[in-house]
Design a protein around this ligand. Structure first.
Ligand code: IPM
Ligand code: MN
Length: 351
């Protein structure tokens, strides 16, 4: 039995997570060994406006009882983003030491890339997820005066960099054996050379992996120009965030790409979510693309040891798109519900 804590969150979050749950239920109907138990939590900006917090004080303790967490999106215009995110998603990533943020991007069959010649596009970004530029070390001084200032320190630890870089090398070794480290050591002259040094050190353990470092600005451009050159990319929290949105966009739509926040050591639950946000502009209209949440559900199944079911869900998603069911962001007219029904239909062999 896999116990899943479900946090729909804000905007289109609950809509796409609802879709993902229907697909997960279909996957367990198909394969009775996939036993799933969902518990939903209303933690969101709406919850904040009522309770003054994004989640209860013992939120992390509550979540720790679960095997895994399935999240929609966090953020709504009524609450400043840094308040909502630092009140829910970021404390979960950090508190549960989900130090690997795995973000696969692949051009699914039936999906059109915005690039004229995308070629084969199958890139996984490994993003550091607990430190780096996302740090709460800093503060403001002289607030409200002409001398007002703000400082926020980036935190790079040997342990933090080493473990995520090693994960990326291992992954590259299992895949096509090509790893690029995203850096910016030409401009950021202390933390980034430290990252580069550790990237090279760990690389000596992986002679079979073709590894190189690229400055993140050039790398972003290269992903757009020649995506087929890339296999695995590893980067700091901020660089990994930016680059994974680029890899998602070139693979058709940010509505498709998933994000797995992993504690590879499995001391804590891992968290699965689409990479897109709460999309206030289309929330409540039933037109959001559930694909990112469904692909995230597939990653959840894989993490829970249900490799077959995980593959079946991804195949069903691809088949539904090939079959012509496409949401607006993919140039179609399908609603969230129609897309979800198409995927469930492909899974259960009817529609
Ligand atoms: C993501 C999001 C978050 C992040 C935001 C909402 C804090 O952009 O999951 O990529 O930057 O990590
Ligand atoms: Mn992001």
């Amino acid at each position: 039995m896999t116990r899943i804590a479900v946090i729909g969150g804000d905007g289109i979050g609950p809509e796409v997570v609802g879709a993902g749950m229907r697909v997960l239920e279909a996957a367990s109907e198909l394969d009775p060994s996939v036993e799933l138990d969902f518990t939903e939590f209303p933690w969101s900006c709406g919850y904040y406006l009522e309770h003054g917090r994004m989640m209860p004080e013992n939120g992390l303790e509550t979540l720790e009882e679960f095997d895994t967490i399935y999240l929609g999106a966090v953020g709504w215009p009524t609450v400043p983003d840094h308040v909502s995110l630092w009140g829910l998603l970021l404390p979960i990533r950090r508190g549960f030491d989900q130090y690997v943020n795995l973000r696969p991007a692949r051009l699914l069959r039936g999906v059109e890339s915005p690039l004229s010649e995308p070629g084969a596009l199958d890139i996984t970004v490994v993003r550091e997820n607990t430190e780096g530029e996302y740090s709460d070390a800093g503060g403001r001084m002289y607030v409200g005066t002409p001398y007002e200032m703000a400082i926020q320190e980036s935190i790079f630890t040997r342990r933090g960099v080493e473990r995520v870089v090693r994960y990326a090398y291992e992954l590259a070794k299992e895949r096509r054996g090509i790893l690029v480290g995203a850096t910016k050591s030409n401009g950021i002259s202390i933390t980034m050379p430290f990252f580069d040094e550790i990237f090279r050190e760990v690389g000596s353990e992986f002679p079979g992996v073709e590894a190189s470092l690229m400055h993140a600005d050039a790398l972003a451009a290269r992903i757009v120009l020649r995506p087929r050159d890339f296999d695995v990319i590893v980067g700091s929290n901020l660089l990994g965030d930016l680059l994974s949105e680029v890899t998602a966009a070139v693979s058709g739509s940010i509505g498709i790409a998933p994000s797995a926040n992993l504690d590879p050591d499995r001391r804590f639950p891992s968290l699965f979510e689409p990479i897109h946000g709460s999309a206030p502009d289309i929330a409540g209209q039933g037109v959001a693309n559930p694909s990112g949440a469904i692909w995230a559900a597939s990653l959840l199944l894989e993490h829970a040891g249900h490799t077959g079911a995980s593959q079946r869900v991804l195949d069903a998603l691809e088949a539904a798109i090939v079959g012509g069911t496409r949401t607006r962001d993919l140039g179609g007219v399908a609603t969230t519900d129609e897309m979800t029904r198409a995927v469930v239909g492909e899974l259960l062999g009817s529609d």
